[in-house]
Design a protein around this ligand. Sequence first.
Ligand SMILES: [Zn+2]
Ligand SMILES: [Zn+2]
Length: 139
Amino acid sequence: METTLDSALRGAGLKATAGRVAVLGALDSMAHTDAERVYRTVSAVLPTTSIQSVHNILADLTAAGLVRRIEPAGSAALYERRIGDNHHHIVCTACGAVADVDCVVGEAPCLTPSSAGGFTVQTAEVTFWGLCPSCQKAA
Ligand SMILES: [Zn+2]
Ligand SMILES: [Zn+2]
């Protein structure tokens, strides 16, 4: 039987291999996750998986547009399934917690550059930095 994950993969032109299905499934339940944590989750289901194959799968899924990759400064690349809506992120400067921020104002790209040098602008990526609620309490 074809699952939602299988058809998402096929729809993006990828073969629904066990590894890809497991990685996509892991990201369905964990937002903003690095490859290491995806690997730990996937290897519980597929013990033969290697960290290298998880990296390869994440690269394939990102290239196919099924997964979004964000790279906050000082953090490993993080992957998420929430794609195509040009949302932004806020990162805690103390513990590294990441949360989604919807469009800054209005519709994508949310920000209008003073000059785009003749480029057409499709997306804008903004990272806000601050203290998360639990770090504020601890401070
Ligand atoms: Zn924090
Ligand atoms: Zn996000």
